[in-house]
Write a protein of this length. Sequence first.
Lengths: 118, 114
Amino acid sequence: GAVVSQHPSWVICKSGTSVKIECRSLDFQATTMFWYRQFPKQSLMLMATSNEGSKATYEQGVEKDKFLINHASLTLSTLTVTSAHPEDSSFYICSAPGTGLFSNQPQHFGDGTRLSIL
Amino acid sequence: GDSVTQMEGPVTLSEEAFLTINCTYTATGYPSLFWYVQYPGEGLQLLLKATKADDKGSNKGFEATYRKETTSFHLEKGSVQVSDSAVYFCALSDSNNAGNMLTFGGGTRLMVKP
C-alpha cells in the first residue's frame, strides 16, 4: 500500500484562490520531503526541499512567496499555492525519503495533485 | 553534475512485442539506478533498481542491468501488455548527494495497442 499520502488529488478553483496541498508519510517519519512540479508530458521538476523545524530550501527560479511550504511535523508537509493563476496549473507531486523498513528506495512518492486554475 | 538521458517517446508497440527503453547517465560518485513508472493521473512507483555495477533489477517482467562500462541502465521487457502503457522514468541517486536526492530522465511514454 501507499506509504506517502497526498491530498487532494484534484483541485479546480478560480484565479486568485490559495490552494493547500498536504503530503503525509504513513508509518514512518520524514524530516525531509520533496515537492515536484510536472508539466504535461514532461519530467518532474524539483521545486523545493521541505525541512521539519526549519525553512524550506527552494530551487533556483521557484518563487518562495508563491509556493509556501510548511513542514509542520515529522509526518506532514504542506505546499500552499498562494493567489493561484492559470499558469500555476500543473501536476504537483510530493515525496519522502524512506527510513527504517521503508529505506529500500531513496524516495516514496505521493499520487500527485492535479491543480487546475480557471 | 549528474544527469540522466533516456530515449524520447512516445514508444508505440503492439501487445506481446519486445520493449527496450534506453537510459544513459553521468554521475560524479557511485550512483544507484532506478526505473519508475507513472500511470495516468498518478504519482511515481518504483519499478526496479540496481545499486552497483552488473546488478540486474527485475520486477513484473521488466529487467534492467547496471552497465558501468557504458553508463547505461536500459529497461527491457520480453512481451508487453496493454496494462504496461505508462510513462517510464530512469533516475539515479548519487552517493555524493545527501538526502536521497534523485536525478530524473525526461521520461518515455509507452503506448501498447491490443
